[in-house]
Design a protein around this ligand. Structure first.
Ligand code: FES
Ligand code: FES
Length: 163
């Protein structure tokens, strides 16, 4: 028996990485689950599932949000960007390239969320101070890198994106 009766589902319209989707979701379904399981954007990483680690961060209308704490129905009519939106075909985004060059990742679990937060920061402020970068990184848990390589990656991305 299907435990989810169709009357319990709510239709939503959501643009993900420039593509419009119409899906029906339970009102309690998280945006993270809708993105991963209904829309196959598996670049969204789910760690703690309670808003602490930042790995599930996506951009909703350009603003970083924890997709594990955001309901899919809250994204109705909104534009969402995931890490899949960064590269253009075979060409890495300068932020991705900087992380590659500076070894800003090891297991990579935290990386998608960090790169999206960094891209939102640099869009608003193309020349942030180290303090501002560290404040942003404070919202993302990384158990591998010790953060120094991530800071170096963001610094390199800033230089690359200016040139
Ligand atoms: S999985 Fe969303 S903040 Fe950790
Ligand atoms: S690279 Fe492994 S958690 Fe950050």
């Amino acid at each position: 028996m299907n435990l989810v009766e169709s009357k319990d589902l709510m239709p939503i319209e959501i643009e993900v990485n420039g593509q419009l989707h119409h899906i029906s979701v339970e009102p309690r379904r998280s945006l993270a689950d809708a993105l991963r399981h209904d829309l196959a954007t598996t670049g969204v990483r789910v760690g703690c599932e309670h808003g602490v680690c930042g790995s599930c961060t996506v951009l909703m209308d350009g603003v970083p949000v924890r997709s594990c704490l955001t309901l899919a129905v809250q994204a109705d009519g909104q534009s969402v960007r995931t890490v899949e939106s960064l590269a253009e075909g075979e060409s890495l985004h300068p932020i991705q390239e900087a992380f590659r060059q500076e070894h800003g990742l090891q297991c990579g679990f935290c990386t998608a969320g960090i790169m999206l937060s960094v891209s939102a920061l640099l869009e608003e402020n193309p020349d942030p101070s180290d303090e501002e970068i560290m404040e942003l990184l404070g919202g993302h848990l990384c158990r591998c890198t010790g953060y120094q390589q991530i800071l170096a990656s963001v610094r390199r991305a800033i230089v690359e994106m200016k040139s």
